[in-house]
Design a protein around this ligand. Structure first.
Ligand code: SGN
Ligand code: CA
Length: 496
């Protein structure tokens, strides 16, 4: 009996023992801004037939796809602060994208710990956290949101302008350059390749300007959602394609800038003649938005392919982990929307794919609840560096090894703060498990200061039916309310 137990223990620990003996792996973290899982072929869904991401899909074929990866605050700067610190917004203090909350670069961040444990670290691309980066041997970042064309980049030594170049290409080239010529080849490395695309206003590289021109992009079933059963926040947002997406900068179909630009002539004329009205106009806006968005993705996917190829050419592929993810999800017309912020699935969820040669089973799929606060601890664990106790996530390395710990989280906490603000999404917090989601909208411009929503994700995956008032579900709702209170205590949430 005892011998059997010992054998079982050794079998369970084997992957960890093997890992402990190998040399520290390199980590390449390719990240994008606002890339929805709906537009990644490997995630399936209505857009898969467009084959939008062959290189990212290849990572999934060779690695693990996470189907339940989420963020803690679906907006750029707070999400990035969570990645670096392994903490939620109320702990790292970058609550929103505005100047009202400031990210203190002096605080603990995973890359500083990696450096202390023998790693070379590099960050190239969008970080959206003003101030000097710390913990990177090399950094070259966009100021704020950055620009798609002729972008400026800031380094330790000042700014450089890339006249005539496209931002995704510059980020790829600068990353490849560091990989080849910039790093100390005797050390393991962590390279962060963080793209600006496909962020609004979806400007593609010249070479992809006409891609998808002659096809119809499938529409979501709820493109014309009327928000029945939902509270006031869904009705009052300003992120719907029909009225909040503009015809000039967003769709390049109106305004002086586009009137004489041959590339946009067809669009311009379509709008100028006034032939589209009501639902037909919304459908046209959806098609135009989606095509530009997908064209931006095409360059990001190409970047993934080039980086994977370079790793191979340099003999680094066997000992390099390649991760693909985004700072949050995005609406591809679901609920009639673009943008993010809400705790509804399309923006709460984010893509996550990990290729770890020799360690992760090729083509595997994980459905455990993971969150962006897990990245920092995961990287430290991969590097076998110490993990500070005050980080709030969990390393996903056991999941990558195919072992879900018994005490793995059963629910997720979410909190969005930026109101009043762009797109007018009311403040809210909430809790979700694999089956249900409870959301509490609160504060300014919320009737009576508080509104609740509740969704049964199994019966209503598109979250069209708020069943907060359901008598049948009242005890389940109470359970989730208690769980929300428990999570607030666990994560030490202070700000309401
Ligand atoms: C800009 C965009 C918004 C977007 C925010 C935040 N407007 O303000 O649509 O929600 O960034 O995006 S734009 O017309 O200037 O593009 S985030 O990814 O940085 O959080
Ligand atoms: Ca973003």
């Amino acid at each position: 009996m005892i011998i059997k137990k010992v054998i079982n223990l050794v079998v369970c620990l084997l992957p960890f023992l093997v890992l402990a003996q190998e040399k520290q792996p390199n980590i390449v973290w390719i990240f994008s801004d606002d890339h929805s899982y709906q537009t990644i072929g490997a995630y399936g869904g209505r857009l898969q037939g467009l084959n939008p991401t062959p290189n990212i899909d290849q990572l999934a074929t060779e690695g693990m796809r996470f189907d339940k990866a989420y963020v803690e605050n679906s907006i750029c700067a707070p999400s990035r602060a969570a990645l670096l610190t392994g903490k939620m917004s109320h702990k790292h203090k970058k609550f929103d994208n505005t100047k009202k909350s400031v990210f203190d670069h002096d605080q603990q961040q995973f890359q500083k710990i990696l450096q202390k444990n023998g790693y070379q670290t590099a960050m190239i691309g969008k970080i959206h956290l003003p101030g000097k980066m710390q913990g990177f041997d090399y950094w070259e970042v966009l100021p704020g949101q950055g620009k798609y064309y002729h972008p400026d980049f800031i380094t330790e030594n000042g700014a450089t302008n890339y006249e005539g170049e496209y931002v995704t290409d510059v980020i790829t080239d600068r990353s490849l350059n560091w990989l080849k010529n910039g790093r100390d080849k005797n050390k393991p490395f962590m390279m962060m390749v963080h793209h600006k695309a496909p962020h609004r206003n979806w400007d593609p590289a010249e070479r992809y300007m006409t891609k998808y021109e002659d096809i119809d992009i499938p529409e979501p079933d709820n493109l014309f959602d009327n928000y029945d059963t939902r509270g006031s926040a869904a009705h009052k947002q300003e992120m719907d394609i029909a009225t909040s997406m503009n015809l000039d900068r967003d769709l390049k179909a109106s305004g002086e800038m586009y009137a004489n630009d041959l590339r946009f002539r067809d669009r311009y004329e379509k709008i100028a003649t006034g032939q589209l009205k009501g639902k037909e106009l919304t459908k046209w806006k959806y098609q135009t938005y989606m095509k530009d968005y997908l064209r931006c993705i095409w360059s990001v996917d190409e970047s993934v392919g080039e980086i994977v190829k370079a790793l191979k050419e340099q003999g680094l592929d066997k000992n390099t982990i390649v991760i693909y993810s985004s700072d949050q999800g995005f609406y591809m017309g679901e609920h009639g929307w673009f943008d993010k912020r809400f705790m509804y699935e399309e923006s709460f969820r984010t893509p996550l794919i990990v290729k770890w040669p020799g360690t992760v089973k090729a083509g595997s799929v994980n459905t455990d609840l993971v969150q962006n606060i897990d990245f920092a601890e995961t990287f430290l664990d991969m590097a076998r560096a110490p993990i500070p106790h005050d980080m709030q996530g969990k390393s996903i390395v056991p999941l990558l090894l195919g072992e879900t710990p018994d005490n793995w989280r059963k629910s997720l906490y979410y909190h969005y703060y930026e109101y009043p603000g762009a797109h007018s999404v009311r403040r809210h917090e909430g809790i979700a498990n694999k089956r249900y989601k409870l959301i509490r909208f609160y504060g300014e411009d919320v009737p009576d200061g508080e509104e609740w929503e509740f969704y049964d994700l199994e019966n209503d995956p598109a979250e069209m039916n708020n069943v907060y008032g359901s008598i049948l579900l009242s005890s389940t709702i109470s359970e989730l309310k208690s769980e929300l209170t428990r999570l607030r205590v666990q994560y030490q949430v202070t700000k309401q």
